[in-house]
Design a protein around this ligand. Sequence first.
Ligand SMILES: [Zn+2]
Length: 239
Amino acid sequence: MFSAENTWNEIEDSGVMVAVVPIGATEQHGTNLPLSTDTLLAVPLAEALAERLGAYLVPQMPFGQSEGWLAYPGTVSLSTDTLRAVIGDIVRSLAVNGFTMVVFLSVHGGNDIIADMLGPLEEAYPSVRLIYADMVRVFEKATTAAGVPMAVHADECEASMLLALHGELVGPHPTDNPAPPGGYPRGRARDVSPRGSFGEPSKATKAKGQRIWDAIVPMIVADVVEQLFDGRDGKSQIA
Ligand SMILES: [Zn+2]
């Protein structure tokens, strides 16, 4: 695996063709999880993936699209146009310097709009295969395997995963607020959940988090490897 701690010529000499880009978020996560939660969860997943692929792990983007949480102080959101421009520039840069596959990975649902940005970019840069890792499907399987409710936001799943990785960042005062059926209302989140959680972070434990990590890492690796190399959408491998 390579990272921004390598030199450019180490990357060139290695012949590495795959880049993995973790896209985070800076947004409220209830009363006991940090604003950086989604970044802190995306980075180790991207790292595990880069490790498995022998890829270049690009430094994480700390911002994503978090418009729904702007009423909570500390949240920073990129507009769709800005996010599209950033993703475009990352792809353009990596295409110009020779990468042939770029995998974007985010655990934040607001960033799923990136998936729709990749088609036009593949047309603009036909030498590069672009993947947006499907974390919804992976989270569904991993949380089921771990016996924890599917992640919504600042809930038992996210709090457990963070406890397993960065227990020192999980505060002592979770606020439970079961997620409403059909998800949370965009733009009115603070009316529905004044303290920001959509789930029961008080039920989080380190052991549950470890079970989720144990399940999710091989799942995301398998999922992305399948997309990259089996051409599920009909595209063949670009070696
Ligand atoms: Zn989150």
